[in-house]
Design a protein around this ligand. Structure first.
Ligand SMILES: Cc1cc2nc3c(=O)[nH]c(=O)nc-3n(C[C@H](O)[C@H](O)[C@H](O)COP(=O)(O)OP(=O)(O)OC[C@H]3O[C@@H](n4cnc5c(N)ncnc54)[C@H](O)[C@@H]3O)c2cc1C
Length: 474
């Protein structure tokens, strides 16, 4: 029996998609990669995922796991050969358990992140993972990429939010590691191996996630700043003044907010004057577990001192939840506005916070020397040292012309990141986009160790081949 017919027999014809039904799964969110597949399959439970994996292993067919397909590095798109099976986890969207005494929830990989935030809220808890793609991305994808987002500063990446996993191996075995334990030193940490492995070691089918108390009060402000060094100083003061209550510090260049307010004119800055009058902006957020008054008092003390010391040029404090949402909406609209503006070159990088200002100044200047006129759309999670250091073509430049220079721009920016002891992928992962670059910046020893792990867990090399770690030669 062919693989295709065996898949139909296992899952039912309606869950084995081809042609137009499969097409949306075969191109990535940015429209940069399009592949082919034997079929896109949609198993409904862990046993079905395991059965599909066994069939793929038997037929030597590569497997590409997919969640919400919002990844930005081409990790969930198969190659053009048409030999792969794409496994969409979208039907596996059950919440298996919410345990408020243990402050955990156990959920399946296909649950949409925003839905899980709501499930936690309904239980009077917070699930803090938050990113602009939260309406579409799925927790399995978040785990596979160790997603970051806007609350990492306080709560950590997806890894820090995870206590247990359920995984289907490339051989079709089911590993039930859904332990709700905060302490468990019993050998190698397989959970942490699978988190961030971008579908190259196995398929995550469920997870036990940490929950937190819902904050009693939140204060949000949009700050106008002269420079990145000033932003770093304000961040440092906010950390000292708010401690663990500091839950957000997002940096945005004025070019980002010019783009957002031009493309979405209904969005406005809550500050007087044109966007361009300030070089940088920051979104600052404090979450308090005591009271509104307590939150406000701490917030205004830090902000007042920063204004007095000329570190902050202007500030708007949200008076209510809807003003706070409008501020976050400005920030979250940047990637969407960029996509509307045209193709761009994304660099998702992290740098030690103390060196970030130097990195921006040095790299901006080098770009203008080698690629005059390109526009920097720089924003990101300054509190985590993570910048989306994106480059848009010069005004009026054809997309094709910018893309023709893409590899040279990557090289310049990533060499600079490396020189500043940073990482070329802070939170988006490696996928196909940065697979070859990994070899340039990791030591031979580190690459070989990763290859050996891959070889040990996936000796047939069927799990998401061509992504993240080059196969073979360990
Ligand atoms: C507008 C926008 C804003 C974004 N903002 C952020 C941000 O702030 N922070 C951030 O970290 N990311 C961000 N991203 C990137 C993206 O949303 C995240 O990488 C997200 O975690 C991907 O989830 P997904 O379900 O869409 O995964 P997919 O895109 O479907 O897959 C991503 C990778 O995970 C693998 N995978 C998916 N599901 C599984 C599974 N169950 N088991 C094993 N492997 C699997 C895939 O093979 C692929 O390699 C943003 C994306 C967009 C479009």
């Amino acid at each position: 029996m062919t693989l295709f017919h065996a898949l139909q027999q296992t899952l039912g014809n309606q869950h084995v998609l081809t042609d137009a039904d499969a097409a949306p799964y075969l191109t990535d969110w940015r429209g940069r990669y399009t592949g082919n597949a034997v079929a896109v399959v949609r198993p409904g439970n862990t046993e079905e995922v395991a059965a599909v994996m066994r069939l793929c292993a038997e037929h030597g067919a590569p497997v590409v796991p997919q969640g919400g397909n919002t990844g930005l590095v081409g990790g969930a798109t198969p190659d053009a050969s048409g030999k792969a099976v794409v496994i969409s986890l979208a039907r596996m969207n059950r919440v298996r358990q919410v345990d408020t005494d243990n402050d955990t929830m156990t959920v399946e990989a296909g649950c949409v992140l925003q839905t899980l935030q709501g499930v936690a809220r309904d239980a009077n808890r917070l699930f803090p993972l938050s990113l602009a793609a939260e309406g579409s991305c799925m927790i399995g994808g978040n785990l596979a990429t160790n997603a970051g987002g806007t609350q990492v500063l306080r709560y950590g990446n997806t890894r820090e939010l995870t206590l247990g996993l359920e995984v289907v191996t490339p051989q079709g075995e089911i590993w039930n590691g859904l332990r709700g334990l905060r302490k468990d030193n019993t050998g190698y940490d397989l959970r942490d191996l699978y988190i961030g492995s971008e579908g190259t070691l196995g398929i995550i089918t469920a997870a036990t996630l940490r929950l937190y108390p819902l904050p009693v009060a939140r204060c949000t402000a949009l700050l106008a700043l002269k420079s990145v060094p000033d932003a770093v100083t304000v961040l440092s003061r906010a950390r000292a003044g708010f401690g663990a209550s500091l839950t957000g510090f997002e940096l945005m260049s004025s070019a980002c907010l010019e783009l957002v307010t031009r493309i979405y004119p209904q969005q406005r800055l809550p500050l007087e004057g044109p966007v361009e009058q300030h070089a940088w902006y920051a979104l600052l957020e404090l979450s308090d577990n005591e009271s509104e008054a307590h939150a406000r008092e701490r917030f205004e003390a830090v902000l007042g001192a920063a204004l007095e010391d000329d570190l902050v040029q202007d500030a708007a404090i949200a008076e209510n939840l809807s003003q706070s949402h409008a501020m976050w909406h400005l920030r979250e609209s940047i990637p969407l506005a960029q996509a509307e503006e045209g193709k761009n070159i994304k660099h998702d990088v992290s740098i030690p916070i103390s060196r970030i200002a130097d990195f921006v100044a040095t790299t901006d200047a080098a770009l203008q020397v080698h690629f005059p006129g390109v526009r920097n759309i720089t924003f990101g999670h300054l509190g985590d040292g993570n910048l989306h250091y994106n480059v848009q073509g010069s005004r009026g430049e054809a997309e094709a012309q910018l893309l023709a220079r893409q590899d040279d721009i990557y090289l310049l920016v990533h060499d600079s990141v490396h020189a500043f002891e940073g990482s070329i992928s802070a939170e988006h992962g490696v996928g196909q986009l940065k697979r070859d670059e990994l070899l340039r910046y990791k030591s031979d020893v580190e690459v070989r160790l990763m290859q050996r792990v891959k070889q040990a867990l996936d000796p047939q090399g069927l799990m998401n081949p061509g992504k993240t770690v080059q196969d073979g030669s360990a």
